[in-house]
Each structure stands twice: as structure tokens, then as C-alpha cells.
Design a protein around this ligand. Structure first.
Ligand code: GUN
Ligand code: ZN
Length: 433
């Protein structure tokens, strides 16, 4: 691939702005120089362009930000989004487990994986930490589809030996199938494997111990599960694991709380859990639209910040109501305010990019649009609707970003680039790659 230049307004965060006030990087008229899919230079156009004589430069209209990184999502639940009427445990039984049973058919898994990745790109998401189903072939289907598109993705087979009939493995088969998948996919191209026990209630002690052994035996893989999402779930966990200090302690007892662990939700955590998460360097994927949709509760940003817990942003489809991390950032603001926390729009952008990248341990490669990183980026249109155009006219940068989060979604994603290649072009009405 030859060298390419992209000229436009570029915005990214190099750190969590709650910790580092100088984290914002904004080039009002910027240049991104990309060679073989990697960023080789970024800065003000006027300063940089002379260094690259003959560079072919494409002008991009809109706000160029890093590709969004969804820190928690279930691809097999894509077609169960907007399923009515239940909180978590009943919703799983009534809507989700039947949908996941269909993934016993690899052709179905492949078709849904393709549709899911199309949707991610349409929403500006270029990386994600993804649940498969209990079927190993669901993960093969997902990784094959991601690899064909050269996407940076993490996924894992769900471990659930206490699941319903037709949707369960055993401690031995779960470990054996995970081992095969790790050998086949982990570290191949842009792919990462995540050991994925569904949650404490669907795994026996033997299976949770097996998950801990997988993590210990394969130091590079991630751990991905759910934590403290729903009050009835939490009561059932407390009733079964009477020796554990709290829900997180159940996972800790099996070696599952590490700096490579990502816990979805974490909305009902005692201070003890937050302190332990911070000590371990583990991450929480905040999933605000899911938490509202299932009536689960609201994430306590102030508590997490007090303890120094690492967080990122997740859509948690199918419980989430949109794959758009712009939309989820807007909901995060509203949920945060309900608990007295004002989520700053720049911090929300950080959570959807660098924050999630850190959780997935891919922050060396993506999330900040800095030299040396891969050129996964999105071009946002803050005038995507007539009302957005009115609201963002003569607005400051933080007002425009906030309007994108409160009013924007996939309509505001003009283009999505993967390794410097355009993979979604809204105005061409299709994927051009
Ligand atoms: N807890 C266990 N499984 C699930 C799931 O599929 N979605 C959500 N939101 N929570 C869970
Ligand atoms: Zn989930």
C-alpha cells in the first residue's frame, strides 16, 4: 500500500482526561499520514505537509476520531435487540437462550457474524470484546469473518455448564474447546482470545476453576464475564457462594480477577470490590443503555473514579438499545447525572476509544490516533440531521461533541476506516471495501 494522507479536523484523547488534564489532542486542520495501515505522522496540516512531498491527500469533511471500541457486546444477540418485558434472568430465559441455541448451526453463526460486523462498521466501531455462544463453532465463525475484514477483535466461547438443556458444556469440554480455539486464533493477525464464563450462576465451581487454569496457562488471553448487574442475580450469587465476601470475590477465588479481566456492568458494587478491581488493574465495561433497558440500575462513575477503577464503554447488545457508542455515551451522561456525576463529553469519547482499548490491552495499537498506531478511524458528521445542524452551528468543540453523543448515532457516522481503508461510506450507501 502506498502512503496516504487524510486532511481534516482530528480529535483524540491520549489518557483519561479525569486523570490527565492535557489528554486532549485536537488538530482543527490536521493531517494524518498512513503507510501500510499505520499512522506515520499526525499534526497540523500546515506544519506537516512539507515533510511528505507528493503525498496524495484526501480531504475528509467532519470530525475524525479513533474508531470506537465496544468493550462488551454479544454478537449472537444481534437479532434479539428490543425484546420486551423482562429483567435480566427472565430475559435470558425467554429471549436470549433460545436465540443462542440456534448457533449450534455454523451456517447461522456465520451469517449473523457477517451482519454483526457490517453493523459495527456502520456504527463506527472498529474493535470489540465479543461474547460468542457455548458452541465453539460460533467463535470460529466470528473470528473468520473478522479476519477477512482485517478487524482488531476479541472473542471467546461461552463457558456455561449449568446452562439450560441444549446450551451447556461440561468443565472438561469447555476447557478443551477453549484450548483449541486459543491455539487456532489467539494472536493471529489482529485477533485476541477471551476466556468467557457467562457469569457465576451458569458455571459450576469446577468450570470456574477451569477458567482460572486457562488464564494461568495462557498469559496473553483476556477474561470476559458479567459482574453485579442485577439485584436478583446478586442475591442468587450470594446464596450459592456463602464463603465469598462479595460477587467479585467469587471470581477472585478462582483466579479470575487479573489485569487482563474485563467485567461487564459492575453497577452494584461494594467499595471492597472497587478497591480490589483497582488493585488488580481489572477493567469494567460500562453498559448504560443495557442497564436502563433491563431495569438493572445505573453505574456509579464517582465511586469507580474514587477507587481508580479502569473503565470503558460497551453496548451490550442485545440488552443494549444501540450498537452506537455515541448513543451509549449520551445515555451514560444521563445515567451518570442521575447519580450526581457529570460525564464530560471528552471523557465519554475517551471511554469509547482509549479507555476501552486499555481494557482490551490493545492500546498500543488503536484508540488514540498517534504515530505508530493502526489507522482505524471514523469521520463523524455533527450535522447529520437538520436538528443536529442547528444545534452545532456556531458551537464550541465540547458542545459539538456532546451534541453528537446526545443526538447522534449511526446516522452521524459518515465513514469508517480500517487500517487506512474505507470500510463504510454512509453517503455511498454501502461498504466500499
Ligand atoms: N448475564 C449473563 N448473561 C448475560 C447476557 O447475555 N446479557 C447480560 N446483559 N447479562 C448477562
Ligand atoms: Zn452482556
Amino acid at each position: 500500500m502506498t502512503m496516504q494522507g487524510f486532511r481534516g479536523e482530528i480529535l483524540s484523547l491520549s489518557h483519561d482526561p479525569a486523570e490527565a488534564p492535557d489528554a486532549l489532542r485536537h488538530d482543527a486542520d490536521g493531517l494524518l499520514v498512513v503507510e501500510d495501515g499505520r499512522i506515520v505522522a499526525r499534526g497540523p496540516y500546515a506544519d506537516l505537509v512539507a515533510r511528505f512531498p507528493g503525498l496524495e491527500v484526501e480531504a475528509l469533511e467532519g470530525l475524525i476520531v479513533p474508531g470506537f471500541i465496544d468493550a462488551h457486546v454479544h454478537y449472537p444477540q444481534l437479532d434479539r435487540i428490543a425484546s420486551h418485558g423482562e429483567q435480566l434472568l427472565d430475559w435470558l430465559e425467554r429471549h436470549i437462550f433460545p436465540a443462542e441455541q440456534a448457533f449450534a448451526d455454523p451456517a447461522h453463526a456465520s451469517a449473523v457474524a457477517e451482519a454483526f460486523l457490517d453493523e459495527l462498521l456502520r456504527h463506527g466501531t472498529t474493535s470489540a470484546l465479543v461474547f460468542g455462544t457455548v458452541h465453539a463453532a460460533s467463535v470460529d465463525a466470528f473470528f473468520a469473518a473478522a479476519e477477512a475484514r482485517e478487524l482488531r477483535m476479541a472473542c471467546g466461547k461461552v463457558l456455561m455448564d449449568l446452562g439450560p438443556e441444549g446450551l451447556k458444556d461440561t468443565p472438561a469440554s469447555g476447557v478443551a474447546e477453549s484450548e483449541v480455539l486459543i491455539r487456532r486464533w489467539h494472536g493471529r493477525g489482529r485477533l485476541t482470545y477471551a476466556v468467557t464464563p457467562r457469569f457465576a450462576l451458569t458455571s459450576s465451581d469446577a468450570q470456574l476453576a477451569g477458567a482460572g487454569k486457562l488464564l494461568a496457562d495462557h498469559p496473553g488471553v483476556l477474561l470476559h464475564t458479567h459482574l453485579a448487574e442485577n439485584t436478583r442475580e446478586i442475591s442468587e450469587v450470594a446464596a450459592r457462594f456463602t464463603q465469598a465476601a462479595d460477587y467479585l470475590d467469587v471470581y477472585d477465588g478462582f483466579g479470575l480477577v487479573t489485569q487482563r479481566s474485563v467485567f461487564a456492568h459492575g453497577i452494584h458494587l461494594p467499595d471492597r470490590s472497587c478497591a480490589r478491581l483497582a488493585e488488580a488493574g481489572a477493567g469494567v465495561a460500562v453498559c448504560p443503555s443495557s442497564n436502563l433497558f433491563l431495569g438493572s440500575g445505573m453505574f456509579d462513575f464517582a465511586q469507580a473514579q474514587r477507587h481508580g477503577v479502569r473503565i470503558g464503554l460497551g453496548s451490550d447488545i442485545g440488552a443494549g438499545t444501540s450498537l452506537s457508542l455515541l448513543h451509549n455515551a449520551g445515555v451514560a451522561y444521563q445515567a451518570g447525572l442521575f447519580k450526581g456525576y457529570r460525564l464530560d463529553p471528552f471523557r465519554a469519547l475517551w471511554l469509547a476509544t482509549g479507555g476501552s482499548a486499555r481494557l482490551l490491552h490493545i492500546d498500543k495499537d488503536v484508540g488514540m490516533l498517534v504515530e505508530g498506531q493502526e489507522a482505524d478511524f471514523v469521520v463523524l458528521d455533527d450535522k447529520a440531521t437538520p436538528l443536529m445542524a442547528r444545534r452545532t452551528a456556531r458551537a464550541t468543540l465540547d458542545e459539538r461533541l456532546f451534541a453528537l453523543q446526545v443526538l447522534g448515532d449511526d446516522r452521524a457516522v459518515r465513514r469508517t476506516y480500517v487500517l487506512g481503508r474505507c470500510a463504510w461510506d454512509r453517503d455511498a450507501l454501502g461498504c466500499v471495501a
